[in-house]
Ligand binder design. Structure first.
Ligand code: ASP
Ligand code: MG
Length: 358
């Protein structure tokens, strides 16, 4: 996996940064020994929610400040490097922008703060990291709150990142944000994955690695379903559909930009799933909440025996959905998982396939 002579984009999620910061730095350092590396970071866990509050006028700037100052100090990074962004946050109400542009501007500061900390921490390890402003690098269609990256327009603006790589530097690009006509536009919640895959495609990366607190894509959410198993290979189409139906591991738009994505856990560098052209042929059970109902979906099957279901298809991938009251969501997930996965694992050779870890 940690091969040589390649060009990688590696993205760290907000929980990873908060809980496995040293492991994330070491991962970059090890990868950089023999490859070109671009780093994409999410905001520290919880920060985007806090900034949402601030953008609506009911959040606490002070808590965001304290969290980052304390975090930087604990990681041996001088808190003074955060001053320009913290100053901007303190004066945020003097920013005169239309509401949606204002909100995206405020949200962009979370990834900037974690980006600054990560860049400084890499430098302290002797790695020549350089921070980019994502709204200068990735151009979008201008849809505030849920923008699409305009790959064609970004081909030119991404050049400084490529030049930095060629000079032997490690570019750090804050995720979740792009630019449109001088405004900052966010890519939708969880959108740092999308930043990583779009960058990967733009700079011709040999691989995109998305590191978080989970190893990869499971047959179902392992916190809800006992016996959920890791799936080694998931196709782009399966990942896209599952993500749209509620699977949190990967942003749906990230699976739409071609190029293999390796999903792994920062804590132990375990890569559990490759999203690419291959499929393990194993269904994915996922869910989302709609009002007082839970919608359980199973990607990769076209019928169910035990529940009344609706059948759908998208991008050539069949899936079924079942609506249950929220109070029955947990038991429905387990029953459906048992029907479509459990028996296969118990009685078929799928067991050995499912447990492969790359
Ligand atoms: N920080 C953003 C969010 O919480 C984007 C991301 O983490 O991918 O949604
Ligand atoms: Mg995420």
């Amino acid at each position: 996996m940690l091969c040589s002579g390649g060009r990688f984009v590696v993205k760290f999620g907000g929980s990873s940064l908060r809980d496995s910061f040293e492991e994330a730095l070491s991962f970059v350092s090890r990868l950089w020994d023999e490859n070109e590396v671009v780093v994409v970071v999410s905001a520290l866990k919880g920060v985007t929610d806090m900034l949402e509050g601030i953008s609506r006028g009911n959040g606490s700037v002070q808590s965001v400040e304290e969290l980052h100052l304390e975090f930087a100090k604990r990681r041996g990074v001088s808190p003074s490097v955060l001053s320009p962004i913290l100053e901007e946050l303190r004066r945020i109400n003097t920013l005169n922008l239309p509401w949606e542009a204002f909100r995206d501007h405020v949200l962009s500061l979370g990834e900037m703060l974690s980006g600054i900390i990560f860049t400084e921490a890499l430098r302290r390890r002797g790695i020549p990291a350089v921070l980019f402003e994502p709204w200068e690098i990735l151009m979008t269609d201008g849809r505030f709150g849920n923008a699409e990256i305009d790959l064609r327009a970004s081909r030119k603006t991404v050049k400084p990142v490529e030049e930095a790589l060629e000079e032997g530097l490690v570019p750090v690009v804050p995720g979740f944000v792009g630019g449109y006509s001088g405004f900052r536009t966010t890519l939708g919640r969880g959108g740092s994955d999308y930043t990583a895959s779009a960058l990967g495609s733009l700079i011709g990366a040999s691989g995109v690695i998305i590191m978080s607190d989970v190893e990869g894509i499971y047959t179902a959410d392992p916190r809800k379903v006992l016996g959920a198993r890791l799936i080694p290979f998931v196709s782009f189409g399966e990942a896209y559909v599952a993500a749209r139906l509620g699977m949190k591991v990967l942003h749906p738009k990230a699976a739409e930009v071609a190029g293999p994505i390796h999903l792994g856990r920062t804590r132990d560098w375990h890569i559990g799933t490759v999203v690419g052209y291959e499929s393990s042929g194993i269904p994915i059970v996922t869910y989302r909440v709609e009002g007082s109902d839970g919608i359980v979906s199973v990607v990769g099957v076209d019928s169910l025996g035990s529940f009344p279901f609706e059948r759908h298809e998208e991008k050539g991938i069949p899936w079924v959905s079942v609506r249950v009251p929220l109070s029955r969501l947990g038991s429905a997930l387990n029953a459906i998982h048992w029907e479509v996965i459990g028996r296969r694992i118990m009685f078929s050779r799928a067991l050995s396939t499912v447990q492969v870890v790359i």
